[in-house]
Design a protein. Structure first.
Length: 321
């Protein structure tokens, strides 16, 4: 049955890549708002010069409707941010929505799409960007004022000190038929990037600290990365091991997916500045993390790179202890 919250996984042995684990001994906890049943509907009127239409810009949080171009901050203790944002560029209010609530059973799931977004105002602005659908733990600094260095507008990760053994969630995938990806940053020509586009999920447990100059560093404590290579109908309660410590010698280690500093993420330091998180070392498996970064995305290649038509649906996001 859908939407049940299991206190215990069904009895039996489920083999992880490193060892057999008696799953009946483990507890499963739904992340806050991880059932994807509650959404904030931000109804934002775009500037008249680009049509003046009212757009629905969705956020994962307690059910609410917010009218107007108000800056959004996470509501109700929701740990989730999305790639849905409001931008104000050259005085023009524009929105992007690439994450949507979609009906599933007696509730909802989240649909993440890779798509093209454009804004054209003669003599003022002419921007076309590729936008991947992304859901992640953290927040976004609105309003967006340009397309340069998009990672800097994100607060990546939330405080977290526990040691879950696995991530569990439901998912569905639809792959684009394109053999290569495209890169569209809003500046210059749209170019082709070799290689197929894959939706993915990334979970990093980090131990972060800040030096006197406000630089933020991190050691990697826990790692789980999974790419989705094929179109697939709903798969429920899929369970993915979180590997701890230095995993670089493990047979499951894939450097292009799991290496240190595999992505450039940002946080706000104690001075209120947005600074990169410099992931500098593997931590010990038993060390206590300070932050959890969990991201689901419809395209794996980073900002402005992907294949329109890729979609990833997620639901019932839980941690296994």
């Amino acid at each position: 049955m859908r939407k049940r919250t299991n206190l215990l996984l069904v009895a039996g042995i489920m083999t992880f890549s490193s060892s057999a684990v008696l799953m009946a001994q483990h507890k499963v906890e739904l992340l806050p708002f991880g059932d994807m049943d509650q959404w904030v509907d931000r109804q934002i009127k775009e500037s008249g010069i680009i049509g003046g239409n009212t757009k629905n810009v969705y956020a994962i949080g307690p059910t609410a409707v917010i009218k107007g171009d108000k800056v959004y901050k996470n509501m109700g203790g929701s740990p989730w941010a999305t790639s849905n944002v409001m931008a104000k560029v050259a005085g023009v209010t524009k929105t992007n929505t690439s994450v949507f609530p979609e009906k599933r059973g007696d509730g909802y799931c989240a649909r993440l799409d890779t798509r093209m977004e454009s804004v054209k105002v003669l003599g003022v602005v002419n921007i076309t960007v590729l936008a991947a659908g992304s859901v992640f733990t953290g927040s976004v600094h609105e309003p967006i004022k340009g397309t340069k260095n998009p990672q800097k507008i994100l607060q990546s990760g939330i405080p977290f000190t526990r040691h879950p053994v696995a991530l569990q969630f439901d998912y569905k995938v639809k792959m684009s038929e394109r053999e290569n990806r495209i890169r569209a940053t809003g500046f210059g020509k749209i170019t082709e990037v070799s290689g197929k586009d894959y939706p993915c999920v990334v979970l990093l447990l980090q131990k972060r600290w800040e030096d006197a100059e406000g630089n933020v560093y991190a050691k990697r404590i826990g790692t789980m990365v999974n790419y989705f290579y094929h179109t697939a109908d709903w798969k429920n309660n899929t369970t993915h091991e979180i590997m701890y410590g230095d995993i670089s010698k493990r047979t499951e280690y894939k450097a292009h997916m799991m290496r240190l500093q595999v992505t450039e993420n940002y946080t706000v330091n104690s001075k209120g500045e947005s600074v990169p998180i410099r992931e500098v070392a593997w931590g010990d498996a038993g060390e206590e993390p300070t932050h959890l970064f969990l991201q689901f995305t419809s395209s794996h290649g980073g900002a402005y790179i992907g294949s329109p038509g890729n979609s990833l649906w997620i639901d019932n996001v839980k941690l296994v202890y």
